[in-house]
Structures are given as C-alpha cells and as structure tokens.
Write a protein that binds this ligand. Sequence first.
Ligand code: SAH
Ligand code: SF4
Ligand code: F3S
Length: 508
Amino acid sequence: MDSYFNLKNITTEELKNVDLDRVNVNCSPPDFEPQRQYYFMAKCRQIVASKRERLGRPLYACIQTFGCQMNARDSEKLSGILGQIGYVLTDSEEADFVLYNTCTVRDNANQRVYGRLGFLNSMKKKNPGKKIALCGCMMQEPTVVEKLKKSYRFVDLIFGTHNLYKFAELLCGMWEEKGMFIDIWEGTDKIVEDLPVERKYPFKSGVNIMFGCNNFCSYCIVPYVRGRERSRRAADILSEIQRLSNDGVKEVMLLGQNVNSYGKNLENALSFAQLLAEVEKVEGIERIRFMTSHPKDLSDELIAVMKGSQKICRHLHLPLQSGSTRILERMNRRYTKEQYLALAEKIRREIPDISLTTDIIVGFPGETAADVEETIDVIRKVGFDNAFTFIYSKRTGTPAAAMEDQVEEAVVREGFDRVLKAVQDTAKKQVARLMGQTLPVLVEEVGDRTDGQGGLLLCGRLSNNTLVHFPGHPSLVGKIVDVTLEECHGFYYTGRRAGAAAETGRLV
Ligand code: SAH
Ligand code: SF4
Ligand code: F3S
C-alpha cells in the first residue's frame, strides 16, 4: 500500500493536484474539510471505474439547472465533482446519472420539476441502472420531500442547499444503501472552500461572495431555503478570482442575494465597495459584474467605486418589485417609491452611461389597479433597459401567503399585461440610445441565427449587458471585440465588427 497516501496528511494546497487514483480509501475518512470530500471522491472514482468496466463503456452524468445564477454556480461545483469521479458530462437526460438542481422561488419552477420527473421515471424503467438525484432550494421544503417520499419513490438521492459540498460523500451513501437516500440540513454556518469546479464557459464565471439572505421580503422563500447570510472571506474570493484569471476568465459575476450587505458577518470586514476595488486589481479580469443589489443598502461608496472603475460593467440590476409605497411596505422592502426614484436618479447622474434593469412582481396581496399604475409610473420615470416581470406566486410559510387579500387571477393578468407593455415601450427607447456607436462586446457564443446570407452570427454582450448579434468567425468566442451597433431590435442589437466592413461569419 506504499504508493497510496492518506489524505489526512495532505494540505489543502496540495489537494488541488492530488491524484485521486492514489488515495488510500481503506482507512477511515478524514474528519476535516475539504480533505474528507476528496477521500469520498477517490472512493466514488473506484465505484464508477468498476461500473465502467462492467458495462464496457463510459458512464454519463447530466445536471439540469432550474434556478438563478447561484443555482447555476452550484451546478458547476457539482459538475466539478462528477468530473473528478470519472463521469462524462452530457446534456442528455438519457445519462446514467441525472441530477436536477431545483428552484422554488415561484410555483411554476416546482411544477416543471414534477413534470419532468415522470419522464425520467419512464427512462429509468428502460435502464434500471440509472440513478436519479434531486438537490437545490426546492428540497429545503419539508412538504416537497414528503411528496417525493410518497409518490416519487424512484428518486435515489435527495439533498439540500447547505450540504452540497458533501456531494461525493452523499453519492457513496446512495450506492451503499438501498432505496431513497435523503440528507437535508436545516441550516449551516459553514463554508467549505477548495472543491473542484467545472465551468460552463471558459471565459466567464460566477463567483459566490455570500450565501443566504436575511431580508425576509414577505413574498420570498429564499431566506427559508438558503438560510442566513454568510459572507466568504475576501482573501478566499480574491484568490479564486486570481485562479480564474490565470485560467483564461475575463469576466466575473460576483454573486449574492444582497451583495450590498457583503461582509457584515465577517471580522475585519470589507464593505462590498471595498471588495469591488480589490477585485478591480486582479490582473487579467476585464469585466466585473454583480448580482443582486438591494436598493435599501446601495451606498454612495459603491456608486463612487463604480464611477471610477475601468472594469465594473455599466449595468446595475436594482430590483424594484413594486412602485407603490403601500405595497413595498407590505413586501417588507424597506424603501419607498420616492426613495427608489431618488436613488435611480443619483446613479444616473453619477454614471450617465449606466443601464438599469429590474425585477417586478404583479399581483402581490392587496395590490389594486392604482398600485399597478404607481409601478408603471416608476418604470416610465426610471427608464429601465429591461425588467423581469413576474406574477406573484404564493409560497407556503412566507408572511404574504397568509395575507387575506390575495388578488384574483384575472385582475393580476390584466395588471401584468399593462406592466409588460410599459416595460417593452420604455426598454425599446432606452436600449436604442446607443445606436450607431462602436463599443466593446464580449463574444459569448455562436448564435442560432444566420445573417441572412448563410453566414454565422455571433452573440455577445455590451458592458451594459445588452445583447449584440453580428457576423464573425467562431474563433472570436471569449474575446472582446469592437462592434458598431447598426440596428436595434427591442432588447438587442445587430451590428458589424468595427474595421471589418466586409466580414461575414462564413467558415470558408
Ligand atoms: N435577492 C434577489 C432576488 C432573488 S429572487 C433580490 O432581492 O433582488 C429573484 C426575483 O424573483 C425577485 O427579485 C422577485 O422579483 C421574484 N420573486 C421572488 N419571490 C417571488 C414570488 N413569491 N412570486 C413572484 N416573484 C417572486
Ligand atoms: Fe428574497 Fe428579498 Fe432576500 Fe431577495 S432580498 S432573496 S427578494 S428575501
Ligand atoms: Fe431559485 Fe433558490 Fe435561486 S429558490 S432563485 S434557485 S436561490
């Protein structure tokens, strides 16, 4: 056994280059992290290898993400672990292992999961070796787990948001036990660093700066399923960003439910604005974005740092939720219509080229046609570049779910259509203000459209997050190029690469 080493003697730094095939898994697992998880990854790797040998083919795994950017980043961490243990990742749900990373912010997200589980079950009947796993926010709801236990017995593994770092250990548990393996924690104060990650895009990445939320907006389930606010140490965040930059990442998106309260639980805390100033210094990073800013905590310091920055993108997502002070109060948002308008005006005054986007909920309990008019008034006054408009969804356990004056569906629909129209009208004008300018675009992918002459259209984003389609070669994906904006189509532009008037996207 000499060529095998015990992970208890390996430092966290050394773990990054560890050869999992040489880890001794016949001893007991380390009782500290992340070493313990590397032990289980090594163990899973042996199990996957033996299955692969028996089947005479690779084993495939598929992760489907149902939620927000934080959910997507979690999926990248889960993919990293699946890759380390020897699975080949695929988009096809025909895979040997399928994991749904769920969201429960609105009921339609839950319904999509239940709908697709039926379809997975029919596939499992044809491939009995197939394993089905569920994780994410929906699993933190006891009623969901009860329902799964009762009516979805074919699910093999269920875990939540707090113990996701234990994925390898949970997989071992699933293989060892017969039947459904469930592990859900009610909360945690732990942040486990230095686990593997498999990024979806080579050139851009999300970076968690904090987890959880303390705001308890009265409609929102996130604080219940993601737990209390916990910030990562700035040194951990910055070294992750440095590593990402070394690995070719140009754009980072700092992630948190309320980034403006970053650092509040840390000793020697930096403010969010100070953290941004540090991220700015990381060489190789060209664009910095962040999500989401709660209006009540947006500081003058943050506006000043954004204004002076070369790298922070000219985009601020500032969820409004409602334009009616009465409804905002019932939502527990802790700002008024006037405060929101004053904040938007101050931001625009300081950073005139910024684009503001927002989230709006229509149909919150007690909302009247007059309240909807207030929301439309704010939409017109602020001039959002885009707004995500949601129909209020009643979430069990939240204060708003217990409010008696729930709004009738037909009334909500009518208000929703009015809000949507206002958003479309103002966004059209706002987005078009850059027409004719030549601006840098980070090319993200080869689009699914052509330029009308059979050439390829690339798709990328301006600093202000607006999408741009333009003809170009696929080798430009991941690069920042100057594009002249020629035509505005509502929420996106078509254009042409500057200095390349005759360029087309033809491969030959
Ligand atoms: N932390 C972020 C939002 C996370 S959820 C923030 O405060 O901005 C994303 C959006 O979903 C919210 O901004 C809100 O508009 C919407 N949302 C949350 N709960 C909802 C509910 N119960 N019904 C409808 N939309 C909801
Ligand atoms: Fe939900 Fe409000 Fe927290 Fe955002 S800030 S996650 S809307 S409770
Ligand atoms: Fe959904 Fe959870 Fe994100 S509920 S919106 S995936 S934090």
